[in-house]
Each structure stands twice: as structure tokens, then as C-alpha cells.
Design a protein around this ligand. Sequence first.
Ligand SMILES: C[S@@+](CC[C@H](N)C(=O)[O-])C[C@H]1O[C@@H](n2cnc3c(N)ncnc32)[C@H](O)[C@@H]1O
Length: 253
Amino acid sequence: MTWDPSQYLRYDDERSQPTRDLIAALSDVDPMKIVDLGCGTGNSTALLAQRWPQALLTGVDGSTEMLNQASQSGVSAVWHAADIATWRPDKPVDLIFSNAALHWLDNHTTLFPQLIDTLAERGALAVQMPYNFSQPSHTLINDIANEPKWVERLHHVVRSSPVAAPDSYLRILEPHVSSLRVWTTTYLHVLHGDHPVAEWTIGATLRPVIAALGDDAHTFIDEYKTRLTVAYPRRTDGTTVLPFTRMFIVAKP
Ligand SMILES: C[S@@+](CC[C@H](N)C(=O)[O-])C[C@H]1O[C@@H](n2cnc3c(N)ncnc32)[C@H](O)[C@@H]1O
């Protein structure tokens, strides 16, 4: 699977808002070493650098395309190519931050406690993940992928609920932490242009479908756009509203 940094960054402002909100929830954290897990193009890393200019930053990501973009972002950080599933820091870290990345990984029951174990004594794990997998932007992808025309080529990329319910993360993390906050926020993104919801998901959620279908992805996306028009009607002023729920977790050992 490949990422397309310029497509992802079309909605940079909207995608960065949860990073800003998560950083704002960390007013009692004073980290010297920060890891941005799934740093992507480095836009979350840039906001971390702005908030804690003295901290040593490491951006970890599995995508060469995204890391190339990050290394040209001008942000002072060590950029590290690795799989989050197996990457662990050599020494304890003060803040592990992850915006819109951990939903790409399975096994949160083991992953989250393992990340807590890599923290320094007064450290924190701060995570934001999309929690909108029951919305048409996502269910329509799965609906089309499961139709006879596509199912053989796409059954392996369909993930119906990559993120568990918020209270599951209480259960997963409570035995490992002294402090824990879990909450959700629904953003109402007002988007401009033609088929903005499809343009949004082409930048992220649809990447595995695009990788699996190659040139045929256009046919899939055309059908998806038709169905999205009904689910997300364009308003009289030409804009389209995309409600987007995200889950936030701040945990301290
Ligand atoms: C939606 S982007 C988020 C980027 C950035 N944190 C931001 O806020 O814009 C998700 C990133 O997670 C990375 N990612 C997903 N699964 C990964 C894995 N198993 N190991 C490393 N990186 C992964 C992708 O390569 C992608 O750059």
C-alpha cells in the first residue's frame, strides 16, 4: 500500500485539528523526548515541535512517501522508517503521541500496554484515532467491496471496525496506568468542491482499496461517489458537511 502525501494534505487543516486538541489536553506534560508514532508527512510532528520546542523529536512511520515529505517539512526531528507493530524505543520516552495512525494496526489489546511500558516514569501516551467506521463514508466502501464484482480482490482489505468502543480502552489500559482519560469528539467538517468526502477518503481510508485494484480503482471510486452524493448531499451554498467522530486517549503509567 502506498500513500499520496499531496492528496492527504488537501484537508490538512481539518486533519490537524485533532492534533491541536490532543496537544491542548496535555497541559500538565513537560516532555524532553517525544515520539510521533505514524508521523506521516510530519504535520503532527510540526505542531509537537511548536508546543515543546526544547524536546527531542522522533517521527516513526512505515511509508517511504510520507517520510520523504516529512524530511522536507523543515521540522527538526529524527525520521525513522519502521513498523509501529514492532518498533519500540531504546530508552524510555516522555511522550508517545499518535494522531490518526493506530487504527491502521490490529491487536490493540497488546499494542497499547506495550506502548505504556516504553514510557518514562512521568510520561504519557496520547492517541487520537478515527471513530467513525459506522458512518456512510466507511460503510459504503465495505458495502461495495463485498459485492460480487469486487469481493474476491478486496475481501482482505475490508476492516469493519478497526477501533473498539471507547470503554474497551478503559479495560485494556486501566490495569497498566495510574491516570487515564478517554473521550470522543465529533467534528462537523464543512468541505468545498466536488465529491469532497471521496477526496477525503482517497487520502487515507481508501488507500488499501486503491492499492489492491490499481487502474480499476477508478470504477470502484465512481460507484462510491454516486452513493456518497445521497449520503452527504451538497448544501445550497455548494459545501458538503462531513461529520467525523474521533476518539482521544491520554494515559499515564
Ligand atoms: C493518516 S496518517 C497520519 C499522519 C500524521 N500523524 C498526521 O496527523 O497527519 C497515518 C500514518 O500512519 C502510518 N502507518 C500506518 N500503519 C503503520 C504501521 N503499521 N507502521 C508504521 N506506520 C504506519 C502511515 O504510513 C501514515 O503515514
